[in-house]
Design a protein around this ligand. Structure first.
Ligand code: FES
Length: 164
């Protein structure tokens, strides 16, 4: 009984199976496999966790525990662009909450969510190490400092317009 996700990702699952076969007898197989699976699929939905469980004989509950414990892993599909707003002390004091609120409003999602068109995921981050630029927001690898919430629509528009 295969669901739509499994049917549509046949190639990805066979790539993952090949990887699991190649590391089967090595140490730390679960972390390596989860990392590889996330590289292949972009995230780790339950179907992928179940597949890993079947192939490695590691109980699904253990896999789920690891996936939810480490922030590097994600169960939800992320948007094409990752929008982060620093909520470290310096940024918070300089009004990063207002930046988040404006982004949430502009994108019509809450922190941790992804827009319906899968273009943007909004996240709160810890100190990014550039507190002198507070409040700081990032989009993918781009860093924006001294962000004025009023400028948020303009910044977001640049990424929307990149899409053809
Ligand atoms: S507190 Fe935001 S960059 Fe340090």
């Amino acid at each position: 009984m295969q669901n739509e996700f499994i049917q549509s990702k046949h190639k990805e699952f066979s790539e993952l199976k090949k990887f699991i076969d190649s590391v089967k007898n090595s140490q730390g197989i679960l972390m390596q496999t989860l990392q590889k699976a996330q590289d292949i699929f972009g995230y780790l939905p339950l179907e992928v966790q179940q597949f890993i469980s079947d192939e490695t004989n590691i109980p699904l509950a253990d896999i789920y525990g690891v996936v939810t414990f480490y922030t590097q892993f994600t169960i939800e599909e992320k948007g094409k662009h990752k929008v982060g707003v620093c909520l470290g002390t310096a940024c918070y004091v300089k009004g990063s909450q207002d930046v988040i609120d404006k982004l949430a409003d502009e994108l019509n999602i809450k922190v941790g969510q992804t827009t319906d068109d899968k273009m943007f995921t909004l996240e709160a981050t810890r100190c990014l190490g550039c507190c002198g630029l507070a409040p700081v927001m990032t989009i993918d690898e781009d860093v924006y400092g001294n962000v004025d919430p009023k400028k948020v629509p303009e910044i977001i528009a640049k990424y929307k317009n990149q899409e053809v």
